[in-house]
Design a protein around this ligand. Structure first.
Ligand SMILES: [Zn+2]
Ligand SMILES: [Zn+2]
Length: 254
């Protein structure tokens, strides 16, 4: 069984806490073969992203790595389509193994983490916009997998357990685009995003690329539940999980 965590945050993320060596030690305890650190770079926010400094820290952690875990450098680009020039600059600043494209906030809105909709209808209006932005992101395409596809559902007070069946048409259009451009989705283990029905739809589309990540923001959370994630993937009909190196996909048997 190939255990790897492809969505984690270090202290280089504004909401992360630990350095690469601490995360590697935790990954080894969790029995991982690979750890990909995907710190936030939120394109629409004025927050600086120290790409070069982080790259140096990665090289030093890699050369001083005393664990059996392979360390990979990723990044989670948030809201790339809000400023494509900056996103492309960040993506090209240093060599990355893996890039997650995420939407945490819509144009002119707060992060869904903070956003509260007055009514369920209002929440669905936001979800309509969310799908439009995901489609824009997929059309832009400078990433490897779409991050936590059902992110807005994580924090809403409304009972919307899945994007299906309501957003089936939107998901089909998005999946067609992702499949045809060689992109993937991720199984994000933080409140399980997306759920098995969405994974099964991706499979039905001939979607092959799925990475698994905990979205851990502390070293202690690295690798937690990856084996269960692989079982979920298997249950949705997948036989392989995706891994990356220098932006090239590789398939590992589950
Ligand atoms: Zn995210
Ligand atoms: Zn994340």
């Amino acid at each position: 069984m190939f255990l790897a965590d492809y969505h984690t945050h270090s202290a280089f993320s504004h909401d992360g806490h630990d350095d690469f060596p601490a995360m590697l030690a935790s990954a080894e305890r969790a029995g991982l073969r690979e750890l990909c650190v995907t710190d936030h770079c939120d394109i629409a926010l004025p927050r600086p992203f120290p790409a070069r400094e982080r790259y140096e820290a990665y090289l030093s952690a890699r050369s001083g790595n005393v664990t059996s875990v392979r360390l990979l450098l990723g990044v989670e680009l948030g809201e790339a389509v809000h400023d494509i020039a900056r996103a492309e600059e960040v993506a090209a600043a240093v060599p990355y193994d893996f890039i997650i494209g995420s939407i945490h906030a819509l144009r002119g809105e707060e992060d869904f983490y903070h956003l509260r909709s007055e009514t369920e209808a209002e929440f669905h209006r936001l979800l309509d916009c969310y799908f439009r932005e995901l489609t824009e992101l997929a059309e832009w395409g400078h990433f490897d997998v779409l991050g936590h596809l059902a992110y807005p559902l994580r924090y809403t007070q409304w009972n919307v357990p899945s994007l299906l069946p309501r957003y089936e048409d939107e998901l089909r259009a998005l999946f067609r685009l992702l499949r045809d451009t060689g992109k993937g989705i991720e199984l994000n283990l933080s409140r399980l995003q997306p759920f098995q029905d969405v994974l099964a739809l991706w499979r039905e589309f001939g979607g092959e690329i799925v990475t698994i990540g905990t979205d851990a923001h502390r070293a202690g959370g690295v690798g937690k539940g990856i084996a269960d994630g692989l079982e979920i993937l298997r249950g949705a009909g997948f036989r392989y999980v995706a891994a990356y190196e220098q932006r090239k996909v590789r398939y590992e048997k589950i």
